[in-house]
Design a protein around this ligand. Structure first.
Ligand SMILES: [Zn+2]
Length: 83
């Protein structure tokens, strides 16, 4: 079980979207394939628009976050992790 960073509900990993911190840019991005190394976090799909850069999220990513890069109405399949 993993905890959503927005609503704090615990859900099975497969029902949550994995987020990861890109250490070079300081952006939190969606890990569409759930294969990225490094610090990660989880959120429900429906919670993604509600995510805010707060202390909980900073703690989850060891204070390395410069910006949350999680847009509304995301189609996760369309996200290109290697732009
Ligand atoms: Zn949630």
């Amino acid at each position: 079980m993993r905890t959503c960073l927005a609503c704090m509900r615990k859900k099975p990993k497969g029902e949550l979207v994995r987020l990861f911190l890109d250490p070079e840019s300081g952006l939190v991005l969606i890990d569409a394939k759930a294969t990225m190394e490094g610090r990660g976090g989880y959120a429900c799909r429906e919670c993604l628009p509600d995510l805010r850069l707060n202390r909980r999220i900073q703690r989850a990513f060891r204070n390395g976050v410069k910006q949350l890069c999680v847009a509304q109405d995301i189609d996760i399949k369309e996200i290109n992790l290697n732009p």
